[in-house]
Design a protein around this ligand. Structure first.
Ligand code: SF4
Length: 110
């Protein structure tokens, strides 16, 4: 399957999943398109659309926790940032994602 078709499938599939989790796609179309393309390439190489912004460790169980959309595995962290680690998805209530920033998980209060 060509990259554009696979990206479109990811887009439709991911939209449904993240909607139920209270997230939406980042409105920055260029960034979204770039990240989805990376995920298609990663899936081709590694068999699953692992996160383009996090290292693949080779430990399948660990890596599956960073398979997109990985929000359920990092809920507290991402809810605190109001975005996923890559910024591909943001909280539905965010209107200006340029104000968001990555915050290390270690800095998220208990
Ligand atoms: S951080 Fe975002 S882009 Fe990366 S796998 Fe998780 S949900 Fe997908």
């Amino acid at each position: 399957m060509d990259t554009s078709k696979r990206k479109a499938i990811f887009r439709r599939r991911f939209a449904k999943v993240v909607d139920a989790l209270g997230y939406k796609f980042n409105p920055d179309e260029e960034m979204v398109d770039f990240l989805l393309e990376q995920e298609v390439l990663i899936e081709r190489k590694h068999g699953s659309p692992f996160c383009p912004c996090q290292a693949i460790t080779g430990d399948r169980e660990k890596d599956m926790q960073n398979c997109c959309p990985c929000i359920p595995f990092h809920r507290k962290h991402f809810d605190y940032m109001k975005q996923c680690w890559c910024g591909l998805f943001i909280h539905k209530d965010v209107t200006d994602p340029t104000q968001l920033r990555q915050i290390p998980a270690s800095e998220v209060p208990d």
